[in-house]
Design a protein around this ligand. Structure first.
Ligand code: GLN
Length: 437
């Protein structure tokens, strides 16, 4: 059972609201925390859980950080939410994120979260609110975990920038039923926490096969969490020298010896392959937001094309429009073979490159991000391509559906630095080994 010091629920609610005024971690805060607490029972009894906005919670506005889904209150719980509630977790709110997960800094949205270490800096993204609140509530000694989602690094990146654990499971191990999709072949729901033991407890509750999700994996996880041999990915060390030094020191302290290995395909192709596939899939997923079925709408006038265009122009962020255009282009007859199909083939080669490395090693290691959390003023100056390049270290394991975790390795310029451990498929428990603490 998880206890909260001085469980005065009214005070707790006010505290969350005060924090939120300062940091924008939440899009919605639950008003019924006390009621939930009274009926809480099970393995997670009393544990506070915040939920990334893109995961459906019954009767609670769930809009994936988008203005186009304003007012949408799901009539059902996502499978993960139902499992959490059944085990006594208390849902405290929906956390802010880049619209539909499109971004690495949580700035492509109407509610931009601020880094708990420095309010002029980003929390990272797209699960920025989840990471920020996990850090802040940990400082306040409030027991809490956050349920987040990663397509190409959206759990690892913000976890690194906010100095918490961010775990992304093997693709298919956690049900995606009730997730507002970004890109179906890449999306994974995972967990952020300030310690590995709570993280594991929550993962054990949400994993399990789910017939409601056609990509849910009906396979056992490997229970052997031992770590014998590790390797650092050589190309990942082309980062800020202070970050490199911190990562190598951490690996040495924890494991004594390590090998350096090269993953040339990941280095060269992971970014272009990821962005072609992710944009192609997301552009199809966004087609349903047209101002007719749910979410934001306008006065119905003109023909359908005119009306849909007006709604989508008004309510989508610039980044979403960019992805619709590029993603649609990559899927068009005539271009499909050159882009989408080719990217899918190279993705397979990338998976094989990783698989080969796992014949020899239990874990592959790299920094999580090439930089510390940038300032908002610096982010404004980045071109879209420079933005995408920030994901160079996280898109690889996401493309390959490999479980990975970002842990804190220390600090550079008083900002947290993440170290990322990648395991083979279904070896998720190796990433919860206390050795990584
Ligand atoms: N930054 C990446 C993107 O914009 C990853 C985001 C995510 O994992 N949702 O696609």
């Amino acid at each position: 059972m998880f206890r909260h010091k001085g469980s005065d629920w009214f005070k707790m609610l006010n505290k969350l609201k005060t924090i939120n005024k300062e940091y924008n971690f939440f899009n919605v805060i639950s008003e019924d925390i006390e009621k939930q607490e009274k009926s809480s029972n099970g393995k997670l009894k009393g544990l506070f859980v915040s939920i990334k906005d893109c995961i459906c919670v019954k009767d609670m506005e769930s809009r994936a950080g988008s203005r186009i889904l304003e007012g949408y209150k799901p009539v059902f719980n996502a499978t993960v939410i139902q499992r959490l509630i059944d085990e006594g977790a208390i849902i405290i709110g929906k956390t802010s994120q880049d619209e539909f997960g499109f971004g690495s800094f949580s700035v492509n949205t109407y509610n931009i979260p601020k880094n708990p270490f420095d309010k002029e800096r980003t929390c990272g993204g797209s699960s920025g609110g989840s990471a920020g609140v996990t850090r802040k509530l940990s400082e306040l000694k409030i027991k809490h975990v956050s349920i987040a989602e990663s397509t190409g690094g959206s759990i690892a990146c913000p976890a690194a920038f906010c100095g918490v654990y961010g775990f992304t499971p093997t693709y298919g191990v956690v049900s995606r039923y009730g997730l507002i999709d970004y890109a179906n072949s890449l999306d994974k729901i995972g967990v952020m926490a300030d310690n590995l033991s709570d993280l594991k407890k929550v993962f054990d509750v949400i994993k399990e096969y789910d017939p409601m999700d056609s990509t849910s994996l009906n396979k056992e996880l490997n229970n052997d969490n031992s770590i014998k041999k590790v390797a650092v990915i050589k190309e990942s060390l082309n980062v800020n020298p202070e970050i490199k030094e911190l990562i190598l020191k951490t690996v040495k302290d924890k494991f004594g010896s390590y090998d350096l290995i090269s993953l040339p395909l990941v280095e060269k192709y992971a970014i272009p392959v990821y962005y072609i596939l992710a944009m192609a899939e997301s552009s199809t997923n966004l087609a349903k937001y047209c101002g007719m079925r749910y979410g934001s709408s306008l006065e119905l006038k003109g023909n359908f094309d005119e009306y849909f265009t007006e709604v989508r122009t008004k309510f989508f962020e610039v980044e979403s429009k960019r992805r619709i255009i590029l993603g649609t282009f990559a899927r068009m007859a005539g271009y499909r073979d050159a882009f989408y199909i080719k990217a899918a083939k190279v993705r397979n080669l990338i998976i094989q490159e990783y698989k080969k490395a796992f014949e020899k090693y239990d874990l592959l290691i790299s920094p999580t991000m090439p930089v510390i959390a940038p300032k908002f003023s610096e982010i404004k100056k980045l071109t879209p391509l420079e933005n995408y390049m920030m994901d160079i270290l996280t898109v690889g394991p996401n493309l390959a559906g490999l479980p990975h975790i970002s842990c804190n390795a220390g600090f550079v310029k008083k900002m947290p630095v993440g170290i990322m451990y990648i395991a083979n498929h279904l070896n998720d428990y190796k990433l919860m080994n206390e050795k990584l603490k």
